[in-house]
Ligand binder design. Structure first.
Ligand SMILES: Cc1cc2nc3c(=O)[nH]c(=O)nc-3n(C[C@H](O)[C@H](O)[C@H](O)COP(=O)(O)OP(=O)(O)OC[C@H]3O[C@@H](n4cnc5c(N)ncnc54)[C@H](O)[C@@H]3O)c2cc1C
Length: 463
């Protein structure tokens, strides 16, 4: 058994792990990066990028179908499934290749291939090797959950690990999970001509929680697919050419349907099971999650840190990257016997790339809160949105009694950009009036944000 000794061992060469490695080395530590899989990161290989490539194809189809509305005749829109999937994979491979190029810059002796498992709080086993470390970063990411009724469906079951590998689009698809990942893929598939049924055990959709926007979202997405909220899958049976599903709604009503394939998009639990965290002497909760500080990412009880999807705090890319950097720096600090840094968390920001997009920023919506000023705007009659024929959805903002912006949710055209403006304003502690005192070009969807801000400024004057 060969032995390797280092200051900092990083488990997982995803976005968080690569960032952690670079930060630890920059801080003067001797670090190694351990990866069990093919590498290339979840984002580039099976996450953000291939999903956006599929969505781009769906948007091209949708735009072609909608052209008629503007008096532009394009004839029949024909979907070439194999060509769509070919482009998704070809472009995806370019993104994965770019990750490989950057990882290849790390000297080979600092990269270890294999699955890491703790032997104790200072040693990892990686296949036949042992890696002795003074601090370690757990950056093992997450994997798609497969709900129990779907187990045993073989190739009829898709997850985000396999969906981008299909040679052609299925005729019909049941999607389990209406969160960001499920709704993005469900809508893209639907706009590419797949008959989609989306089933979710809860009432929320696309990460939205404000009741007005949830209602708008349900109406908008129902134009593309059959929506079954608050519904549990009871049974899934493989049948000739597909799957037969039976389900039960919260109201007790049962239903059934036959689908060519099923996509499980009902959550991504952290990859912690095979690590033997108990051997590392970490304090674990009933789900097997270690106790850790959400600012420094240092775990209780051992010189271990946990970053990215592995800690399940904020499973999105920009957070994985930042958390990895903080964890890598802090691992190096622990090795030097220094105190770790514990910076303020970033203002929460999440975007879902449906059409229209949805976004959530800052503090969550709290329907019970008495001390908040509320602002709203509707895109249905918003100038630019009407021009582009994307006049659906709305904005809901909340601020404290002084008008200082706290958070917001939105569904509508280009809200990814409005969400960034709002994030910046919240992080800077700005009021609605501060933003209204800045120029907004006409005609833009930013004018929709202004309407919601004016409602808050007006409510403040009346408060
Ligand atoms: C379909 C989809 C779409 C998404 N879209 C977006 C989006 O639009 N925007 C956004 O911000 N986020 C998006 N995300 C989320 C984003 O991809 C993740 O938050 C991010 O990639 C997590 O990075 P990570 O470094 O924590 O994990 P990963 O990139 O998964 O890296 C973890 C690595 O650890 C390795 N590993 C695990 N266990 C071990 C072990 N024991 N030993 C050695 N190696 C191990 C794994 O093989 C893996 O390579 C999407 C995710 C999916 C699935």
């Amino acid at each position: 058994m060969s032995e390797h000794s280092c200051d900092v061992a990083i488990i997982g060469a995803g976005t968080a792990g690569i960032s952690a490695y670079r930060a630890a080395v920059k801080a003067g530590a001797d670090a190694v990066l351990i990866e069990r899989g093919p590498g290339g990161t979840t984002c580039a290989r099976v996450g953000c990028m291939p999903s956006k490539l599929l969505i781009a194809a769906a948007e091209a189809a949708h735009a072609a179908r909608q052209a008629d509305l503007f008096g532009v005749r394009v004839g029949d829109v024909r979907i070439d499934g194999p060509a769509i999937m070919h482009r998704v994979r070809a472009e995806r491979d370019r993104f994965v290749g770019a990750v490989f190029e950057s990882v290849d810059e790390i000297p080979a002796e600092h990269r270890i291939a294999g699955e890491a498992r703790f032997r104790d709080a200072r040693t990892l086993a990686v296949g036949e090797r042992t890696v002795a470390f003074r601090a370690a970063v757990i950056a093992t990411g997450s994997s798609p959950a497969v709900p129990e009724p779907l187990e045993g469906l073989g190739e009829r079951l898709l997850t985000t690990d396999t969906i981008f590998e299909i040679a052609d689009l299925p005729r019909s698809l049941a999607v389990l999970g209406g969160g960001p990942v499920g709704i993005e893929l469900a809508q893209a598939m639907a706009r590419l001509g797949v008959a989609v049924t989306l089933i979710d055990s809860g009432p929320t959709l696309a990460g939205l929680t404000h009741p007005d926007l949830l209602e708008a979202a349900a109406e908008i997405f129902a134009a593309d697919m059959t929506l079954l909220p608050e519904t549990e899958i009871e049974r899934a049976e493989p049948v000739e050419g597909g799957v037969h599903l039976t389900w039960r709604g919260a109201d007790g009503r049962r239903g059934e349907g036959r689908f060519a394939q099923v996509l499980a998009a009902a959550g991504r639990p952290p990859n912690l099971k095979g690590l033997d965290l108990a051997a590392a002497r970490l304090t674990l909760d009933e789900r097997g999650m270690p106790a850790f500080d959400p600012r420094s990412f240092v775990c209780d009880g051992a010189p271990l840190l946990i970053a990215g999807d592995a800690n399940a705090e904020r499973p999105i890319l920009h957070e994985a990257s930042r958390q990895g950097t903080i964890a890598g720096r802090n691992a190096a600090a622990l090795v030097r016997g220094e105190s770790p840094e514990a910076p303020e968390p970033w203002t929460p920001l999440a975007v879902v790339f449906t059409h229209p997009q949805t976004a959530r920023v800052g503090a969550s919506y709290d329907g019970e809160a008495q001390d908040r000023l509320l602002g709203e705007a509707d895109f249905c009659d918003q100038g630019r949105a009407r021009v582009e024929a994307v006049n659906q959805g709305g904005i809901r903002l909340w601020a404290d009694r002084s008008g200082r912006l706290l958070g917001g949710e939105m569904i509508g055209p280009a809200v990814e950009h409005l969400a960034h403006i709002l994030t910046d304003a919240i992080a800077a502690g700005r009021t609605a009036q501060d933003l209204l005192d800045r120029p907004v070009y006409h005609p833009t969807v930013e004018e929709g944000l202004q309407t919601a801000l004016e409602a808050i400024a007006h409510a403040k004057r009346g408060a």
